[in-house]
Write a protein that binds this ligand. Structure first.
Ligand code: DOR
Ligand code: ZN
Length: 349
């Protein structure tokens, strides 16, 4: 048996949804993480500070008694977003960041941004007040192959945005390519990136080779092996600009196992166990804490958690729940395709 004690992790990119799914999934994130950046892509989206306040209450209502979990709220950027409302939500501590979805890029992104020029005044205000922008980095141009959409986004949108407002603090969410890793490394202090658990584990073969496996389909879609290796290298590097954002994105099974299935991988229940496996495989367990518990708070200018958790590795594989129930339906938990030996527990010390 091997153990590792680290500061409690945070999740810098999480979908909790609403209604029965929220009730079902929130306790799983709260069991492992202290804080999470909550994605605003509900239907209708969380656009105003008032929307965020109401959604925050619903999240708190879905947590188990005594949970210390803190949802860090984000606002969904539209071309009609009001800079004053965003600023007041940020200043009074209700809202942590703003999320930019290119319109049509992913689940519930129809009200997102079509023309980035249209939101520059809001972005300039955010730069002025030090408020981070979380970016879904994919173009939506149908001419662009889905596997190239992240790289083309960097060239067409992100690099020009950075040149125009270098003070804006940007998180390139769920980076999936070597191009993304390289861009973030070369872009200076104000740009960070989240990396998901599943993109460290699967490449595109998981979705398509030997049968179509909808539970591995998410956006940005997993890429070739060389990209997965670049993500691993970034995650284990210890560099402050890379941190965990699980992008745990639950959809009930009928919506995944369908002729046109939804994008999203639900990994909240076993993320820490999977990450311990990955970092152990890379001989980098000493850098797991930086990735899950230190780099994110530093980027968001928050203190790291004081509480510690203990990760325990047993020789025998441990069982984990493969599906969870949400109302009448079930949600499938991410299957890393390797036996899981790690478990995280509250450290009594
Ligand atoms: O796979 C994804 N699922 N990617 C996203 O960007 C959105 C998310 C969702 O909300 O389901
Ligand atoms: Zn997401």
């Amino acid at each position: 048996m091997k153990t590792l004690t680290i500061r409690q992790p945070d999740d810098w990119h999480l979908h909790l949804r609403d209604g029965a799914v929220l009730q079902a999934v929130a306790p799983w994130s709260a069991a492992h993480f202290s804080r999470a950046i909550i994605m605003p892509n509900l239907v209708p989206p969380v656009v105003t500070s008032a929307d965020a306040a109401a959604y925050r209450e619903r999240i708190l209502g879905a947590l188990p008694e005594g949970s210390g979990f803190t949802p860090l709220m984000t606002l969904y950027l539209t071309e009609a977003s009001q800079a004053d409302d965003i600023e007041s939500g940020f200043r009074n501590g209700l809202v942590t960041a703003v999320k930019l979805y290119p319109a049509g890029a992913t689940t519930n992104s129809q009200s997102g941004v079509r023309d980035v020029e249209a939101v520059y005044p809001v972005l300039e205000r955010m730069a002025k007040i030090g408020m981070p922008l979380c970016v879904h980095g994919e173009v939506t141009d149908p001419e662009i192959d889905i596997f190239d959409r992240e790289a083309v986004f960097i060239e067409r949108v992100l690099a020009p945005l950075r040149r125009r407002i270098p003070e804006l603090r940007i998180v390139m969410e769920h980076v999936t390519t070597k191009d993304g890793v390289d861009f973030v490394r070369g872009a200076g202090e104000n740009i960070g990136a989240t990396i998901t658990t599943h993109h460290l584990i699967i490449n595109r073969n998981a979705i398509l080779a030997g049968g179509i496996r909808p539970h591995y389909y998410c956006l940005p879609v997993a890429k070739r092996e060389k990209h997965r290796l670049a993500l691993r290298e970034a995650a284990i590097s210890g560099e402050g600009r890379f941190f965990l954002g699980t992008d745990s994105a639950p959809h009930v099974d009928p919506l995944k196992e369908s002729a046109c299935g939804c994008a999203g991988v639900f990994n909240a229940p076993n993320t820490m166990a999977c990450l311990a496996h990955v970092f152990e495989e890379e001989n980098a367990l000493d850098r797991l804490e930086a990735f899950t518990s230190l780099n994110g708070p530093a980027f968001y200018r928050l203190p790291p958690n004081e509480k510690r958790i203990r990760l325990v590795r047993s020789d025998e594989p441990v069982e984990y729940q493969r599906k969870i129930r949400a109302g009448q339906d079930e949600i499938t938990v991410f299957d890393p395709m390797f036996p899981i030996h790690w478990k995280d527990e509250d450290d009594a010390s």
